[in-house]
Ligand binder design. Structure first.
Ligand SMILES: [Zn+2]
Length: 71
């Protein structure tokens, strides 16, 4: 058998990996060894990155419309 099972059994809480931080958007746990995104004011889990990016680039958002003189 591989070491993996023994290692996980050794951790204090078998059901949960160690929480490193909480996502600044959804409040979800970011576990040790997991990827996360470090923003200026918060940490983000990968699931929240698209949503955050959308709000981050909101000032760049446009609706494709014909100019008024063409309408
Ligand atoms: Zn999140």
């Amino acid at each position: 058998m591989m070491q993996k099972q023994r290692a996980s059994r050794r951790s204090k809480d078998r059901q949960q990996a160690a929480v490193f931080a909480y996502c600044g958007l959804c409040g979800g746990e970011i576990y040790l060894g997991q990827l996360y995104y470090e923003m200026d004011d918060r940490l983000l889990c990968p699931e929240c990155l698209p949503e955050y990016a959308k709000s981050y680039f909101l000032s760049r958002q446009r609706t494709a419309m014909l100019p008024e003189w063409m309408a």
